[in-house]
Design a binder for this molecule. Structure first.
Ligand code: FES
Length: 125
C-alpha cells in the first residue's frame, strides 16, 4: 500500500497521538518532540486498543533500605502508552513493554515529509 497521509505534524499535541483507520486497519500515530512513531492498535496481551490509552511518563517506585517507599519517580526520558483494558504499558519510542521486551506493539513505518505525517500499512492478504 502506498504511504497514507494521517495529518499535519503541527496538529499533533506533544506528547500526543491520533488513532486512524486505514482500510479497516487501526493505527496509533504518536508524537514525542520532533519524532513520530506508529503501531497497530492491537495490544499483545488480549488484543485491546492499546494505542487509545493514557500517555504518561514511566513511573517507578523508590524503595529505601528498610523497604519503605519514598513515592513514585516519573521518568523524564521515557513516555509510555498504557493499554486501557488491563494496564500493560509500552514505551512509545520502541513499542516494548518496560520489563519484558518480547512483549511489544507491532510497529508501522511512519515518516514526515513537508510537514505531513505518513504511515505505510502493509496490505492484508
Ligand atoms: S488487552 Fe491490553 S493490557 Fe490487556
Amino acid at each position: 500500500m502506498p504511504d497514507v497521509i494521517v495529518g499535519k505534524a503541527a496538529d499533533f499535541a506533544d506528547p500526543g497521538r491520533k488513532v486512524v483507520d486505514i482500510s479497516g486497519t487501526e493505527i496509533g500515530v504518536f508524537r514525542l518532540g520532533d519524532e513520530f512513531y506508529a503501531y497497530h492498535n492491537i495490544c499483545p496481551h488480549l488484543d485491546g486498543p492499546a494505542c487509545q490509552g493514557k500517555i504518561l511518563p514511566l513511573a517507578t517506585e523508590a524503595v529505601c533500605e528498610d523497604k519503605s517507599s519514598t513515592g513514585r519517580i516519573y521518568s523524564k526520558t521515557q513516555t509510555n502508552i498504557i493499554c486501557p483494558w488491563h494496564g500493560f504499558e509500552f514505551d512509545i519510542r520502541t513499542g516494548r513493554h518496560p520489563t519484558d521486551g518480547n512483549v511489544r506493539l507491532r510497529p508501522v513505518p511512519v515518516s514526515v515529509r513537508d510537514g505531513d505525517v505518513y504511515v505505510n500499512v502493509p496490505v492484508r492478504n
